[in-house]
Design a protein around this ligand. Structure first.
Ligand code: AMP
Length: 617
């Protein structure tokens, strides 16, 4: 029986480019997608640092062009990966912010905040976005939110899942469960269809988002959602399409103007934003223009981009998507004709060429786009969150059965992968394997754990490595290794020597790249520091605004002859010089603390009010 949690819990879709939070409202018997303070139902996964504040979400994205090197996005592409990973090395060339190698080959993001250099790992940036999503929910629910279900791409590996859980911990959230994005989308779809009583159906969920492509084939029957197979690419999505456009336009600009804007981060950020907008337009128009004033050295950028050109630039990536769809069907051993519904989710699934390729492949089968592609994942996560909580009423009693995206195993015969849990196995699951010592009097056995589909372990991803001390004995001495995948899809491996009276057990817990408990605690403290700095900054903004507002009103009053004619010259002088003093404070606001503005406003009010009062007496 799954552990039940107290209180309200939310579902968070932590996306590469946008994030979304939702909650099950038992009083209304439905899921609510929660809008942010700007009224938007999705929030950009952006965090920015300036000389005086930290910004998250829309505010961060809106100032990206003017502060490119301190505006961080794409943290999801970095999370759980190593700096030396070729994927990261390629991305670094396109990011306007700085990423360097940190300890253990972990990528370190470097920004300037309040004039000082700060280093962040991807988990911290993601935790800031998760904190923002939590605050959006808290404002809507008018109560604290502690528990959440966070979604990840189905094809995220073990390190990426663990790192996402760590990000939740740093955000002060109890991540009750990590669920796969397409599975969450299937929950949303299934709930809609359940209302229509569909019986048993094979449903193909195709999720093309900002940074990842994920597909899952599920069988929906009554209340059970069984994933049969999943496939994907954790580095294929809208950002890649934007990058292709960006590179093309930079080259075109160079050809026409003999100027390379590749080294100008501000120009690149402005062009990237324009590319994303143009891409969206091309989902319904056949052509669009990209206009940017004075992009570089006073030269304007003006270019026409057709849908055909956009498709040509990205055709190989679109075809990759189709190849992944086919491989998922092969893994599931299912013919495409047996698929009942094809459901598109993720913002990039609106691209017409992608829809057309899928339509052609599934031979005219209706491609369902009736569920909102930007919100379906958070919707499903909210349902799962409600299912895990105590006392939430009216939640449909759905049962989810997900599968592992990658095979897990150890090395044998030096470098051959011995698969213990094959990919597409339902979890939670425990699998045991028996090994023997190879030499007489062996004192320890090395156990290494890999994930991946290659036969040679060196080609797969090493998850962990440990030595188990064993009793010296003739070769053939028996060791038992247990692979245990929990409900989050996260793996624990233990090994034990089972001879008479001698049992040893080791579990991989904090393997490479993962934040330790101490690091999480330190980062929680740092997060509190940023939060209190944000609050201090907001207090100062409020104090400056209040003073500015009062001065504005007094300036108006002082222009009104019917008032000023009743003041003595000394009173007029006093008010005017106090106003000028206040304006000087505002002009130099960086120099002063909040209290200066609060105190001065009080002083100004008393000066003005006593003069105006004495006049009316
Ligand atoms: P998601 O991660 O699901 O929020 O998807 C975000 C991605 O969808 C971003 O790369 C967006 O640029 C992309 N996107 C959103 N709307 C459209 C559209 N109308 N046409 C093409 N791409 C879109």
């Amino acid at each position: 029986m799954a552990k039940k949690y107290e209180g309200r819990a939310v579902g968070i879709d932590l996306g590469t480019t946008y994030s979304c939070v939702a909650v099950w409202l038992d009083e209304h018997n439905r899921v609510e997608i929660i809008h942010n303070e700007q009224g938007n139902r999705t929030t950009p996964s952006f965090v920015a640092f300036t000389n005086d504040q930290r910004l998250i979400g829309d505010a961060a994205k809106n100032q990206a062009a003017s502060n490119p090197s301190n505006t961080v996005f794409d943290a999801k592409r970095l999370i759980g990966r190593k700096y030396s990973d070729s994927v990261i090395q390629n991305d670094i060339l396109l990011w306007p912010f700085k990423v360097v190698a940190g300890s253990d080959d972990k990528p370190d993001i470097i920004v300037k905040y309040k004039g000082e250099e700060k280093h962040f790992c991807a988990e911290e940036i993601s935790s800031m976005i998760l904190t923002k999503m939590r605050e959006i929910a808290e404002k809507f629910l008018e109560s604290p939110v502690k528990n959440a279900v966070v979604t990840v791409p189905a094809y995220f590996n073990d390190s990426q899942r663990k790192a996402t859980k760590d990000a939740g911990a740093v955000a002060g959230l109890n991540v009750m469960r990590i669920i796969n994005e397409p599975t969450a989308a299937a929950l949303a779809y299934g709930l809609q269809k359940r209302i229509n009583n569909i019986g048993k159906r094979n449903v193909f969920i195709i999720d093309l988002g900002g940074g990842t492509f994920d597909v899952s084939l599920l069988t929906l029957k009554d209340d059970s959602f069984d994933v049969i197979a999943t496939a994907g690419d954790t580095h294929l999505g809208g950002e890649d399409f934007d990058n292709r456009m960006l590179n093309h336009l930079v080259m075109e600009f160079k050809r026409k103007n003999k100027v390379d804007i590749g080294g100008n981060p501000r120009a690149l950020r402005r062009l990237r934003t324009a590319c994303e907008r143009a891409k969206r337009t091309l989902s319904f128009d056949t052509e669009t223009t990209i206009d940017i004033d004075a992009i570089h050295d006073g030269i304007d950028f003006n270019m026409l981009l057709s849908r055909a050109k956009f498709e040509q630039l990205n055709m190989d990536l679109f075809e990759n998507c189709l190849a992944i769809v086919k491989s998922c069907l092969t893994d599931a051993m299912m013919d495409k004709n047996n698929v009942d519904d094809v459901v598109l989710v993720g913002g990039s699934s609106r691209i017409l060429k992608v829809q057309q390729l899928l339509q052609d492949f599934f031979k005219g089968k209706d491609i369902c786009s009736s569920i909102n592609p930007d919100e379906a994942v958070a919707y499903g996560a909210a349902v799962q969150a409600a299912l895990l909580c105590d006392g939430i009423k009216n939640v449909p009693n759905l049962v989810l059965q997900d599968v592992t995206p990658l095979s897990l195993g150890t090395s044998v015969l030096d470098d051959i992968m011995d698969v213990v849990i094959p990919k597409n196995t339902s979890f939670p699951i425990k699998r045991k394997r028996t090994f023997c010592t190879l030499e007489d009097d062996q004192s320890d056995v090395k156990i290494d754990v890999y994930e991946g589909e290659r036969m040679v372990v060196g080609e797969n991803n090493l998850l962990g490595l440990f030595d188990l001390e064993v009793r010296r004995a003739p070769r053939g001495h028996i060791i038992q290794v247990c692979f245990d995948i929990d409900a989050d899809g996260i793996l624990n491996v233990s090994a034990k020597e089972e001879t008479s009276g001698n049992k040893k057990e080791i579990t991989i817990t904090n393997e490479n790249g993962r934040l330790s408990r101490e690091e999480i605690e330190r980062k929680i403290k740092e997060a509190e520091y940023f939060k209190s700095e944000d609050m201090k900054f907001m207090e100062k903004v409020r104090a400056v605004n209040a003073l500015e507002d009062y001065i504005y009103r007094m300036r108006k009053v002082m222009k009104d002859d019917s008032v000023t004619s009743k003041l003595t010259p000394v009173e007029k002088l006093e008010i005017n010089s106090a106003i000028i003093k206040g304006e000087n404070f505002i002009d130099d606001k960086q120099k002063y603390e909040t209290l200066v503005f609060v105190d001065f406003l009080r002083e100004l009010e008393s000066t003005c009010e006593s003069a105006l009062r004495s006049d009316s007496e």
